[in-house]
Design a protein around this ligand. Sequence first.
Ligand code: G1P
Ligand code: ZN
Length: 543
Amino acid sequence: MTHITIPTTPFDGQRPGTSGLRKKVSVFQQPHYLENFVQALFDVLPETAGLTLVLGGDGRYYNRVAIQTILRMAAAKGYARVLVGQGGILSTPAVSAVIRRHGASGGIVLSASHNPGGPDGDFGIKYNVGNGGPAPEKLTDAVFERSKVLTNISTVDTADISLETEGSQLLAGMEVVVIDPVADYAAVMRELFDFEAIRRLFAGGFRLRFDAMCAVGGPYAQALLEGELGAPAGTVVNGTPLEDFGGLHPDPNPVNAQDLIAHLLAEDAPDMGAASDGDADRNMIVGRKFVVSPSDSLAVIAAHATLVPGYRGGIAGVARSMPTSTAVDRVAKAQNIPCFETPTGWKFFGNLMDAGRVTLCGEESYGTGSSHVREKDGLWAVLFWLNLIAATGKSVEALVRGLWADYGRCVYSRHDYEGIATAQADALMRELRASLPSLAGRAIEGLPIAFADDFSYTDPVDGSVSHKQGVRVVMEDGSRVVFRLSGTGTEGATLRVYLERHEPDIARHDIPAQEALQPLIALAETVAQIRAFTGMDRPSVTT
Ligand code: G1P
Ligand code: ZN
């Protein structure tokens, strides 16, 4: 075993975003690019002697190469043990579960989430800390600073090791334990849900179509749904993780998961459809001929949480990202529990969960989760819905309509303008921000504006403040438009426009969202001049 030091030039300043470092595969393939990030991370982490690291990814192209590189560097760093998923596979929620159940010091997740994969697609890396959640900003900032100055990479001179069979082996004195990627995650799910009731549901003929989009959710869904819960073979489709996701865009929304939507709209539609994304932390729930908005999904889960064994004792509180609809706020108010409004991104939920202030959380971007791990969790959400259906005997549609009947409908839509030139997107946001002071008190497109601001968040646990988290224009009746630029893309800029209006009148709940939101859509155009700045006369994706 030989430790070797490879001289390298400092990184050219790749600041990891909220979801880690996400770039084109070709960028990661540059000499020492991945190594530079990993070395910077290892340099800023405390002494790791005797500690355990978790390592796995969503199986996309470059996963296997990256895992071998990281294993060698972990050995040089002095880790006692690395737990790596068989074949290099671990979904993002599974990494979180494994870190927590094994008391690991942290874990490295290799994924670019829902971004396309393959040699021309994206790759990504992020570090999760001991609570199982994404590294806090002070750590990612330190990694960034370190990456700009480091001049050496420490590794060991060993051959690749096999990750195909479970068990322990030594790599330059470090133990590498190849683990079943599903086992720990499945154990957590068994503790939370009434598997017996879900088994009876399937035995009674309930039909689910789970589209794993050729991504890492497949093995988890197969093991639990078809394996343990008795769903018929074929319930999980696109269940084998492929390096390029079979050319699919593994981002479950009605646009990318068109095939699933088509099945749920068909005459012989199954009772429920579901999909998860590249790294299996996102979820989409679809009823028979009925698409569920993620914000409503979170609210339904919160409204009925105590029907599920793991939440029988009640929930401490809920949290949602600012652009997510206020449906869950209404449920929380009725249950007299706190509801926190955080900036976009999962990391803000972790502090609230660690402090015991929140049990459930979610985002409009098809992310839902709970304090069982510190990541959003796609299959968990699907199991939650199955458990609710089993416990109530109600359909997906009936559960959502019940929510609307009890709390009114938060009519909701997100419009994405993708691939805008960064300068144009920045200019749009700059002008919009500059116009904010003049908006309050005015009526635009017939809508009286109550206030307009740029969302700031003070973390109630550690007091840290995050500024400029999205521009919101809020009407007197509470309806609103939110504008922000995506922080996860790898090409150009994406403008996201979020639209929400509360409709208490049950007779109006079936008006299509785009129609019901028309005045807000017009207002968004007027205040932000979207057409002029983007050159686009309609969004590229509407969800
Ligand atoms: C997107 C979503 C956001 C989510 C993030 C990571 O970020 O909008 O809710 O937390 O992906 O999955 P964005 O591209 O908007 O910055
Ligand atoms: Zn994801």
